[in-house]
Design a protein around this ligand. Structure first.
Ligand code: NAD
Ligand code: MG
Ligand code: MG
Ligand code: MG
Ligand code: MG
Length: 340
């Protein structure tokens, strides 16, 4: 059984006695900075000169500085810039300004696991990674709840790295839900595999194939959209509440029987072989190398694939249908439906 941590296992006063720099103010950055501030922690947000996020952070009443200035003053530096820019940012603005005994925190192990960042031996290196999008991390905290976090220590220079990481996890609300102990290697490899094979890559491709199969057979695109995309949320909610079993209990016997006989026809043993190949590329660093090389070149492959995804026939159909939904929830502030 994995080791779990809750609020009682952590001492909030540890992080409250430190000066914390949050580098980046995106999905995770805004949530960590605001939750820490509201937990009584001294926070400064470190941003690039001319960053569009500066005004947003200042509007929220947060102190903002350049990355270099924020890091110089900090006992704890949480790096929440995009994974592909962390290596350059660390070399240029973080490492040269880091206090000798400052702790380095991450919300994903990518740069440590694949060696793009190699902190000096005097620094604690730990991870507090919420298992949910940043906007949910903030929303849950404000509602008095939290998003579960996974916690890891890669380098315990001070002998206090675990206490510090747990204190930070408590301050962002994570231990109200639960903290799970892991390692940088396990977090990085399982996170990349999960998003590629199942959550993002697998599900997106499954939906697109389902939509193509129905529309190519002559069914109306709007009806196909409902059947293969819209209803997915209802199914996932049931799985989230009570596992695959609750989903099967809730759907009709017809749907449940179809699940058993046709699921393994669509997702056959060959798919599992493909998953193993994806996992092997994650573990070997081949995926990381391909991603970072493309990003270093300005992301030509990334941009081409993003544009291709946007052009899939299901996107305009969904866009028009969602406008008609009386029950559409308020969109996230930064996301514009239909804008690449
Ligand atoms: P993001 O893309 O939402 O935001 C990154 C922020 O970093 C930007 O808003 C900007 O303020 C800053 N930034 C961008 N480019 C920069 C540069 N060149 N130099 C300095 N600052 C720059 O990022 P995110 O999705 O919040 O991811 C941050 C970290 O959190 C990553 O390690 C990611 O893997 C991890 N993580 C993200 C999520 C999530 O829900 N998005 C969940 C768990 C972990
Ligand atoms: Mg993940
Ligand atoms: Mg991820
Ligand atoms: Mg149906
Ligand atoms: Mg049933």
């Amino acid at each position: 059984m994995a080791e779990l941590f809750y609020d009682d296992d952590a001492d909030l006063s540890i992080i409250q006695s430190k000066k914390v720099a949050i580098v980046g103010y995106g999905s995770q950055g805004h949530a960590h900075a605001l939750n820490l501030r509201d937990s009584g922690v001294d926070v400064v947000v470190g941003l690039r000169e001319g960053s569009a996020s500066r005004a947003k952070a200042e509007e929220q009443g947060l102190a903002v500085a350049t990355v270099a200035e924020a890091v110089k003053a900090a006992d704890v530096v949480m790096i929440l810039a995009p994974d592909q820019v962390q290596r350059g940012l660390y070399a240029a603005d973080i490492e040269p300004n880091l206090k000798d005994d400052a702790a380095l925190l991450f919300a994903h192990g990518f740069n440590i696991r694949f060696g793009y960042i190699k902190p000096g031996t005097g620094h604690d290196v730990a991870m507090v990674a919420p298992k949910g999008p940043g906007h949910t991390v903030r929303r849950e905290y404000e509602a008095g709840r939290g998003v579960p976090v996974i916690v890891a220590v890669e380098q315990d220079a001070s002998g206090q790295a675990w206490d510090l990481a747990l204190s930070y996890a408590k301050a962002i609300g994570g231990l109200r839900a639960a903290g799970i102990k892991t390692t940088f290697t396990e977090e990085t490899e399982t996170d990349l595999f999960g998003e590629q094979a199942v959550l993002c890559g697998g599900v997106s491709q499954l939906i697109q194939y389902g939509f193509e199969t129905l529309t190519e057979a002559g069914y109306q695109p709007e009806v196909a959209y409902f059947e293969v995309l819209h209803e997915l949320k209802l199914i996932v909610d049931l799985m989230w509440e009570g596992g695959i079993s609750k989903q099967r209990w809730s759907v009709s016997d017809t749907a449940e029987y179809g699940d058993y006989v046709s699921g393994p026809r669509v997702i056959d043993a060959h798919v599992k072989e493909n998953m193993k190949a994806v996992l092997a590329d994650v573990q070997s660093g081949a995926f990381a190398d391909r991603f970072i090389k493309d990003q270093d070149a300005g992301g030509p492959e990334f941009k081409e694939l993003r544009a291709k995804g946007e052009q899939h026939a299901i996107e305009p159909v969904g866009r028009e249908l969602r406008k008609l939904f009386a029950w559409s929830s308020a969109p996230d502030a930064d996301y514009v439906d239909g804008q690449v």
